[in-house]
Design a protein around this ligand. Structure first.
Ligand code: ME8
Length: 635
């Protein structure tokens, strides 16, 4: 059996913050990675950020940031979130990393040299949100994107193309020879019929924007974001570097590679990615595991619908385990799941607080009460012991298979059989009755031992999901060894006493009260940045400026370029305010300007300073001032 395991999530678009829907892939991958480590596998878990492309460039313009500032902010936020959610990634690749960029440039040139990429002219319908062209037959009503439903735009440009068609047969043969390459099977069938309907060569460069990896031999082109992004899975582990030991270990000589993706990005991973690998002569060693979406009552979670729930909204009140548990339990393999607070509270109360939480506190308190905290096997069995033991041992086998097949929901459901069976076992054996009968002490011991074993085994198997709760239960049972599923079986010898008292693991929620709470607009604590010294503040030079000229930046819906009079000087400043202001409305306005920011090029236009705006992300207003001459200091 292979000792190494490589697990990847798609790299997240750095255009905005992660919500509970797209957090799913990372939590699911973390669950799998934690499980594989429990199996004793050397596991490398990679996630990261997708930082190039028009989508990012436009999001940055909208926020009045440079793309680099935006991706730095989002990457920092996302890393903080993963840490908060207990995500145990080993690598975090960012596509703006110079090492990644250099390798993708090299690969592009290699594809040009091998004639896998050629130059031609392209006109097509492009979706900015998905960074993808679509053919007429793929488009939705009114030329909308078939994936996200947003309007597409016509884009026409001289472009490089990748010869996908050339690899059509080779890819089909590969998929047919490797039936488990794409899972579940429904997704595999979808991919096969997509390929059988005929592949078209893929446009792999853009000239209409600049935020991306330039083509080395023709730098007015930037490399298509998917060609750039997909190679993250290899550049992150030092593919083709001087020291490529990680690549050798986790890719070249490894057959246990899980690439997890949501169904929206199936085509990119099941068609383009293997073809890129074939062209580059890199083995296709991975298997693709495709999951569905977490939906809200009114459809997919999206900012424009206003139905977004962020992970912190949930974890700040109900804890990390509750969110992880809900998401993993909610998504059946191959289908979509739902996020509603009603459902979340229902699961929290019935499964976490009642089934598991109560089982733990009842078991520990009975072991204390009847045997002073000691767990012993007991020489006389009750009539229910054998059946209970069989269920536990069977669960171990099945849950392990389910985890490894990335059937996470099934794994949880299976382990829960131990929990529900244990609660039933308490009712069947009625330990409080046995306790009153001196002749039944050995049976009582056996009951307590079985319950402890149920908790030990269930906690070990649930540890990849309930990352805070399970280690606590193991500690409550007095077990000091590291958890492992390698030789997990009924029959542990307990050496230490259980803890003498414990706090409830999950406090029952008052559903009505919580529903009011989550539906009441929050008094959100102000996310002030940390303090700076006065000296640092003084480094900023803020002045009054008067806009004397203003026009739109070419090919941009969001940017205006203004000439701003600041005392005796005139500055050119680019601002992301075109959706709120017409150029002619700004002439004569007196505004506040940061004059000593390093000059930057935004969409190729030099900008030397920044106009201050108040913005909540939806509306925006320039900070104006009157009765003060331009050039005057603001302090
Ligand atoms: O797709 N429910 O990034 P991303 C479940 N940058 N999963 C969801 C979801 C939902 N409601 N919404 C999104 C990208 N996802 C590209 C990947 S890889 C070379 C480039 C999943 O930030 C989505 O399917 O839009 C993907 O797996 C992950 O969230 C990141 O999505």
């Amino acid at each position: 059996m292979c000792k190494n395991c490589y697990i990847t999530t798609p790299i997240y678009y750095a255009s905005g913050y992660v919500h509970v829907g797209n957090a799913y892939t990372t939590i699911a991958a973390d669950t799998l990675a934690r499980y594989k480590r429990l199996e004793g596998k050397e596991t490398y878990y990679l996630t990261g950020m997708d930082e190039h492309g028009l989508k990012i460039q436009e999001a940055a313009e909208k926020q009045g940031k440079t793309p680099q500032q935006l991706v730095d902010d989002v990457a920092e936020h996302t890393l903080g979130l993963w840490k908060h959610l207990g995500v145990t990634n080993d690598g975090f690749i960012r596509t703006s990393d110079p090492r990644h960029m250099a390798k993708v440039s090299e690969l592009f040139e290699k594809f040009l040299a091998s004639d896998d990429i050629y130059l031609s002219e392209y006109t097509g319908d492009y979706c900015v949100a998905c960074e993808a062209f679509f053919t007429k037959t793929q488009l939705g009503e009114n030329n909308t994107c078939p994936d996200c439903g947003k309007p597409t735009r016509k884009v026409s440009e001289q472009s490089y193309f990748f010869r996908l068609k050339k690899y059509e047969k080779q890819l089909l043969d590969f998929i047919k020879a490797n039936p488990d390459f794409i899972q579940p099977e429904t997704r595999r069938n979808e991919v096969v019929s997509f390929i059988e309907s005929g592949l078209e060569d893929l446009c792999v460069s853009r000239t209409s924007f600049s935020w991306g990896i330039p083509v080395t031999s023709n730098p007015k082109h930037v490399i298509y974001v998917w060609l750039d992004a997909l190679f993250n899975y290899l550049t992150a582990i030092n593919y083709d570097e001087h020291d490529d030991s990680l690549y050798q270990k986790y890719w070249a000589n490894n057959k246990e590679i899980y690439q997890l993706v949501g169904k929206d990005i199936l085509r990119f991973h099941a068609v383009y990615w293997p073809i890129f690998l074939m062209a580059a002569g890199i083995p296709i060693n991975f298997k693709l595991y495709v999951h569905g979406w977490i939906l809200m009552k009114d459809g997919k979670m999206s900012k424009s619908r206003g139905n977004v729930v962020y992970p912190y909204d949930v974890t700040s009140r109900y804890g990390i385990d509750a969110l992880r548990y809900y998401l993993v339990k909610e998504l059946p393999i191959g289908n979509d799941g739902l996020f509603t607070y009603e459902r979340f509270f229902e699961r929290y109360n019935s499964e976490l607080a009642n089934d598991l939480g109560n089982l733990v506190s009842r078991t520990i308190s009975m072991i204390n009460k009847y045997f002073g905290g000691k767990i012993e096997k007991g020489s006389v069995a009750t009539p229910f012991d054998k059946d209970f033991e069989d269920i536990i041992n069977d669960t171990i086998v099945v849950a392990k298979e389910e985890y490894s097949a990335f059937h996470l929901q099934n794994a949880l459901t299976k382990v829960w059989q131990i929990v529900t069976r244990a609660n039933k076992y308490i009712d069947e054996t009625a330990p409080w009755v046995l306790a009153k009968d001196d002749a039944k002490q050995e049976e009582l011991k056996s009951v307590m031992y079985h319950l402890a074993e149920a908790l030990r085994i269930a906690s070990t198997l649930l540890a990849p999901v309930l990352i805070e709760t399970c280690p606590k239960v193991i500690e409550y049972l007095g077990i000091q060894e590291e958890m492992s599923v390698e030789n997990l079986t009924f029959g542990y010898e307990y050496k230490n006493n259980v803890v003498s008292s414990l706090q409830p693991l999950f406090k029952r929620l008052d559903v009505q009260k919580e529903l009011v709470e989550v539906n009441t607009p929050k008094v959100v604590p102000m996310d002030f940045k940390s303090n700076v010294a006065f000296d640092d503040f003084e480094k900023l030079d803020l002045r009054v400026g008067e806009i004397i000229e203003c026009k739109k930046v070419e090919k941009s819906d969001k940017l205006l370029v203004s000439q701003v009079q600041i005392g005796t000087e005139t500055r050119q400043i680019v601002s992301g305010i075109a959706e709120t202001y017409k150029p002619e409305d700004l002439i004569g306005k007196k505004v506040l300007v940061v004059v000593n920011l390093n000059p930057a090029k935004i969409r190729g236009v030099e900008s030397s300073g920044m106009l201050l705006c108040a913005s909540d992300g939806k509306t925006l207003q320039l900070v104006e001032i009157s009765n003060v001459n331009s050039g005057v200091k603001v302090k």
